[in-house]
Design a protein around this ligand. Structure first.
Ligand SMILES: Cc1ncc(C[n+]2csc(CCOP(=O)(O)OP(=O)(O)O)c2C)c(N)n1
Ligand SMILES: [Mg+2]
Length: 352
């Protein structure tokens, strides 16, 4: 153990790492099936959000509800929903979680009180409905709303801030902030400070580093305890990155992964265009080039291992002497089995 590292509960955090690692490996299967064409259409990954999801799941109790946005794979997997039924759902198979009708963006589990939606901002109202039902039943359960920072400019999310505060409903609002809403940099279209927005509705909150599993677990744990005690909503603003970009096939991420030369050529052509006599105003061309450079720098940053929550967690655990490799080996075997069994079912037919 390095001197500067504070002693932690290795057994507990190893379990948390196991959950995050299993989820990452499961998503890697999803990516593989998508690249092969077995899963088709848009596919948004939760890769890079694992510390946030594991922290929520590890702090929840039976009966608590979660409303998830378009990045539902990790939270549904971590909550313990049958992984084969998830893969079959993504493939459009009749034995999928929602009979193959929902796909990865519209998942539902009555047993686990979980929903997901591709409608940006809708999770606030859904969680509010869950929480209203908990309040009527007086059961001390809470509801979680997961959304990106792009959703925070949606009216319905702000309406749910207002109503949960006015009706005193037990909702944990978790904003996963990667500063991107598809190709828009969210800070360029968002006024003020997000925490101030929640506080303006009378909702307590705090900003956390969503890449750090210790900080996320402890602060989200505090938020959930506070909600159970007060019955009132709480807002967590968690920073994170999306290592696969907005969705699978995100071209900027792909460019960085393939070759720096293509990227160099792209910037080269754009720079050359600045000096062409014909075309738009030079100032406008310069502005576009600046925008593209900003996008490229940001997407390059997303791929660095220093912003990977799994790398951060693993490093910390290894410094504490935890046996991370055996955790990984066991998880690899489990995930291999899930893939094998899923492929056997698909090969047996029954696709929609
Ligand atoms: C109501 C609505 N408006 C627009 C869209 C299109 N859309 C899908 S994802 C997305 C960006 C969301 O950004 P953010 O909330 O930050 O989530 P992230 O993808 O970064 O996780 C948009 C605008 C949508 N699905 N629903
Ligand atoms: Mg975002």
């Amino acid at each position: 153990m390095k001197k500067k590292d504070k002693k932690i509960d290795i057994a507990f955090y190893s379990k948390m790492y196991q959950l995050m690692y299993r989820s990452r490996k499961f998503e890697e299967i999803v990516m593989q099936l998508w690249h092969e064409g077995t899963i088709f259409g848009e596919m948004h990954m939760s890769v890079g959000e694992e510390a946030i999801h594991a922290s929520i799941i590890k702090n929840l109790e039976d009966g608590d509800a979660i409303a998830v946005d378009h990045r539902g794979t990790a939270p549904f997997f971590m909550r313990g929903i049958d992984p084969i039924s998830l893969l079959l759902e993504f493939i459009g198979h009749k034995d999928g979680l929602c009979s193959g009708q929902g796909g990865h963006m519209h998942l539902f589990s009555r047993e686990h009180n979980m929903t997901s939606s591709g409608i940006v901002g809708a999770t606030g109202s859904t969680a509010m409905g869950f929480a209203l039902s908990h309040k009527y039943k007086n059961n001390k359960n809470i509801a979680v709303a997961l959304f990106g920072e792009g959703a925070i400019n949606q009216g319905m999310l702000l309406e749910s801030f207002n109503m949960t505060s006015a009706l005193e409903l037990p909702v944990l609002f978790v904003c996963k902030d990667n500063n991107w809403a598809i190709t828009t940099q969210s800070d360029s279209v968002t006024g003020g400070v997000l925490l101030d927005r929640a506080q303006g509705f009378g909702i307590a909150g705090e900003k956390i580093n969503g890449l750090d599993f210790q900080e996320s677990f402890s602060r989200i744990g505090y938020a959930i305890k506070t909600i159970r005690k007060t019955g009132k909503p709480y807002f967590i603003h968690a920073t994170c990155v999306h290592r696969e970009g907005h969705f699978l096939g995100d071209q900027l991420i792909a460019l960085h992964r393939t070759t720096g030369k293509i990227l160099g050529d792209l910037v080269g052509s754009l720079t050359k265009s600045l000096f062409k006599l014909k075309g738009g105003l030079v100032g406008e061309r310069g502005e576009s080039l600046g925008h593209i450079l900003k996008i490229m720098t940001s997407s390059k940053h997303q791929l660095k291992s220093s912003v990977d929550p799994l790398v951060i967690a693993k490093k910390m655990l290894k410094n504490q002497g935890a046996d991370v490799l055996s955790v990984e080996k066991k998880a690899d075997q489990e995930i291999d089995q899930i893939l094998k069994q899923t492929l056997q079912i698909i090969q047996g037919g029954n696709q929609l």
